[in-house]
Design a protein around this ligand. Sequence first.
Ligand code: 3NM
Length: 210
Amino acid sequence: MTKHDILLYFIMGSNNTLNNPEDILEEAIKGGITCFQFREKGENALSGSDKHSLASTLHDICHSHGVPFIVNDDVDLALAVKADGIHVGQDDTSLTEVKRRCPKSMFIGISAKTIAEAKDAQDHGADYLGVGPMYSTSTKEDAESPIGPQAIRQMREAGVTIPIVGIGGIDETNAKDVMNAGADGISVISAISKAPNVTEASASLKRRLT
Ligand code: 3NM
């Protein structure tokens, strides 16, 4: 995994859109997303074979376009569909356990909110960090209060060198501020999944990043 892969990191589960998730993913890929995370969580989230089946379909779409496919917080599913990566939160399966269970080729991302969490993840071999919420978000039901782009700046100053993607409430108006603070990319759900024109929203976000 390179820093380029997380430049425009799109996350979606079936409940983040009123449309067909396959179509949304295809349109987002056309707009230039560089990475995709399947995050099936919250109200009306799929489980069991329905979750597995959607993961496989979205994985196939990603693969046919050379876009890395990452599974959120479900090691069994990530292994079953041979995902390119797995993302875990601080309260999910520990990094040590994820590393023990997953092949070395599978990259591992972890959410970090504080310098201590970021350094700990770096020391334990995380491949990238998701830092947030940058701004207030209504997409994640249990999101904490925003920490702002300065949290990324402070992590960089404290010696965190692994790739960082900012997350939470990011849109066209604030994406550049997150990058300027030291992020290698931005991670979004609603700015893409709920956009009236998904391809144009993705392309437009990407233009703000470089
Ligand atoms: N994780 P949107 S915020 C999935 O702070 C997620 O770790 C967050 O959705 C964190 O782009 C968040 O619609 C929701 O704000 C991101």
